[in-house]
Design a protein around this ligand. Structure first.
Ligand code: UDP
Ligand code: MG
Length: 334
């Protein structure tokens, strides 16, 4: 039996890219033997991408639909919304800025057909700034250690998921999600393939430094409490070092005399600062968790859909579809 394919595309102020992107995407999908649909999720754009996405959905009626959110909720929330609107047996996510070539999609589908639950991708010759690449390397390493996920590139959003993994993700109602790690936690067989990576066709990255930092914290806190545990160990280590240092100072005072101790005042300052610093790091981390717990407790919807345009022939059972959309979006929790 042939698997049906849904492609989810988050779009945020991509007016310069969206036409070329959709052209290339539709051409690439045309080569697929399987039935397919595209869900464009407009994440509160204000450059005309919204209207363009609606027009494109109408133009490609039958295979494309645009789901428009009422404001910007972030890439991962937008993708979650897209997931709720998909019907395919395989769901593929891809960025709209042409950094991930749509031509790679058939290879991802092939991996799923060969038995993978989740297909991740590694960007060959990644075309991003040195700062982003170095940052990613550190973060990828940390996530691998903290979550035990064996993937090597968590940042690349050209990915494929089998339907049960997507359904499992839709049942997770936390507000701060990091989709690749979440998906891995529900997958039995993970596969990673190398894909080409291009520079952004036009426009700038939608991630400011601040948004990037927030995303990394989402990643870390949404999947593991290891940093909290590490905090205790670091605290313990610092205390032990402090005690040892105190003993050393005492020894020096006894062995070298009182005048030596006077000079040690500044050393004490240094120690004090280490402690204060450690406390602030600890408090900050606790705050990161607390903020997210607070958001989840409030249980606000992850996003609101403003309107939907276009239809796709993969629609399936309307009742099931409505239930999935309601559970993931408007009501926030089921
Ligand atoms: N995006 C989004 N909402 C946001 C930020 C980004 O839907 O708040 C979309 C954006 O339109 C693009 C994809 O997510 O299709 C990746 O964003 P971007 O290229 O800015 O990220 P980068 O490649 O710099 O990591
Ligand atoms: Mg990009």
């Amino acid at each position: 039996m042939s698997l049906s394919i849904s492609i989810v595309v988050p779009v945020y102020n991509e007016i310069e890219n969206i036409d070329t992107f959709v052209d290339r995407l539709v051409t690439a999908c045309g080569t697929l033997a399987q039935p397919w649909e595209v869900i464009l999720v407009d994440d509160g754009s204000h450059d005309g991408s919204t209207q363009r996405a609606d027009q494109l959905a109408e133009k490609h009626d039958g295979v494309m639909r645009s789901v428009v959110l009422n404001r910007n909720y972030g890439q991962h929330a937008a993708i979650m919304c897209g997931f709720a609107h998909t019907r395919g047996d395989v769901v593929i996510t891809i960025d709209a800025d042409l950094q991930n070539p749509p031509e790679e999609i058939p290879r991802l589908v092939q991996c799923i057909e060969d038995g993978a639950d989740v297909v991740g991708t590694i960007r060959r010759n990644r075309q991003d700034s040195l700062f982003r690449r170095m940052g990613s390397r550190g973060i990828n390493w940390m996530v691998r250690k903290a979550t035990g996920s064996p993937m090597s590139d968590f940042g690349c959003m050209l990915r494929a998921y089998r339907r049960p993994v997507v359904d499992a993700m839709l049942q997770c109602h936390e507000r701060s999600t990091f989709i690749p790690v979440l998906a891995n936690s529900f997958a039995k067989q993970l596969v990673e393939i190398k894909v080409a990576h291009a520079e952004r066709e036009a426009g700038e990255s939608k991630y400011s430094l601040w948004k990037l930092i927030n995303l990394q914290f989402d990643l870390l806190t949404s999947m593991t409490t290891t940093p909290l545990r590490m905090l205790s160990w670091i605290g313990l280590g610092i205390s032990a070092a402090g005690i040892a240092f105190g003993l050393l100072l005492l020894f020096l005072r006894l062995a070298m005399g009182a005048e030596w101790a006077g000079d040690g005042v500044f050393t004490l300052f240094a120690i004090l600062f280490i402690f204060i610093g450690a406390q602030f790091i600890g408090l900050g981390l606790l705050g990161e968790y607390l903020g997210r717990v607070y958001n989840d407790v409030r249980g606000r919807p992850r996003y609101f859909v403003d309107h939907v345009a276009g239809t796709t022939h993969l629609e399936g059972d309307p009742a099931r579809r409505t239930a999935a959309i309601a559970a993931a979006g408007r009501e926030g929790r089921s």
